[in-house]
Design a protein around this ligand. Structure first.
Ligand code: ZN
Length: 336
């Protein structure tokens, strides 16, 4: 058996198919377990109403929210047109809360994620928080080399020009027509989400489906596939699972839940596939082969080479982190 060294891995650029990463609320919770730069915490669906300050809105509407799942609460509000104003008030509070979040000043999991993926790769997120966009803006060494970022439920930091189909940052202007971007709509947890009504979100789903179809690997990180998302997620995973038989080890789940529970969520998609489960992103294929997850895949699974891990260095300064990534990024620029 031959051995592919880390140096080989840095040098090889062979894979042109995308590594697709799908993020849910558990990813932001895992990235910032102690909260954002100002100690604001990241909610999951079951503690959402305890963390995001929606209590007053529910109280004013005479709805008891303590210990309730936000998805259920919000769905209830949608069954009665009389709650229209309550929903609008709730949505204002939610937009304000997520807009106020910011990454801590030291490198975070979001920085590691943005640095680990190449331009051919895709991050599709269900999260409303601004962390992906903030990570892209502060890791300038990968400028022009960043993955596509898709906001499947909208995002507080995203903007969009519907005339030119250009995605950007809220508050900035469109590079084609010079008009300010529209703010993103946020999709709330009800089963019949208006995916097609919002052109930015419709476009994100179109690209996501195409990406799942061509992906060599899908990493699902902290996403619980709540009931209200099931039909949408089916679209993506059917694109991924399609007619083509997928070889081994291409479906990776990063989640703190037990394997039994995860299998209940994902068994329809992985029963014919082999898969890996990791409780932390730092054990994942992606973080052990940053920017070369596809090349490592080719070596290990197609060429049957033994490959060494090349893990992301944790607990560094930004300068140390960027220095570590520079040879990988420069090699890609040379290969173009
Ligand atoms: Zn425009």
């Amino acid at each position: 058996m031959h051995e592919a060294s880390v140096a080989d891995e840095v040098d090889q650029i062979e894979m042109d198919r995308p590594h697709v990463v799908l993020l849910g609320a558990g990813a932001s919770r895992a990235a910032l377990p102690d909260g954002d730069a100002n100690g604001r915490h990241l909610p999951l669906m079951n503690d959402f109403a305890d963390i995001v300050p929606v209590g007053e809105v529910f109280a004013a509407a005479g709805i008891s929210h303590v210990g309730r799942n936000f998805e259920e609460l919000y769905s209830e509000l949608c069954t009665d047109p009389g709650y229209k104003d309550v929903r609008a008030a709730l949505e204002r509070v939610i937009f304000t809360y997520f807009s106020s979040l910011s990454l801590p000043s030291k490198p975070t999991l979001y920085d590691h994620l943005i640095l680990s993926l190449r331009k051919k790769d895709v991050v599709a997120t269900f999260n409303w928080d601004p962390f992906l966009i903030q990570a892209i803006r502060r890791n300038r060494i990968v400028q022009g080399q960043i993955p596509s970022v898709l906001f499947l439920h909208g995002n507080v930091a995203a903007g969009y020009c519907p005339r030119d189909n250009v995605h950007g940052v809220r508050g900035a202007t469109c590079s084609r027509c010079g008009e300010p971007f529209d703010s993103s709509s946020l999709l709330y947890p009800v089963a019949a989400k208006p995916y097609d009504d919002d052109p930015a979100i419709a476009d994100a789903w179109r690209v996501a489906k195409a990406s799942f179809k061509s992906a060599f690997m899908v990493t699902i990180f902290g996403y619980g596939a709540p009931d209200s998302d099931v039909s949408a997620i089916d679209l993506l995973l059917n694109a991924w699972g399609g007619a083509q038989a997928r070889p081994m080890e291409q479906f990776e789940i990063i989640d703190v839940r037990s394997e039994d529970e995860l299998l209940k969520t994902w068994e329809r998609f992985i029963h014919t596939h082999h898969y890996e489960v990791h409780s932390t992103a730092y054990d994942s294929w992606l973080f052990n082969h940053p920017r070369r997850s596809g090349e490592a895949y080719i070596n290990q699974y197609l060429n049957a080479l033994f490959i060494e891990n090349n893990p992301i260095p944790k607990n560094t300064t930004f300068d140390e982190l960027w220095e570590w990534f520079t040879p990988l990024v420069e090699r890609e620029r040379d290969a173009v």
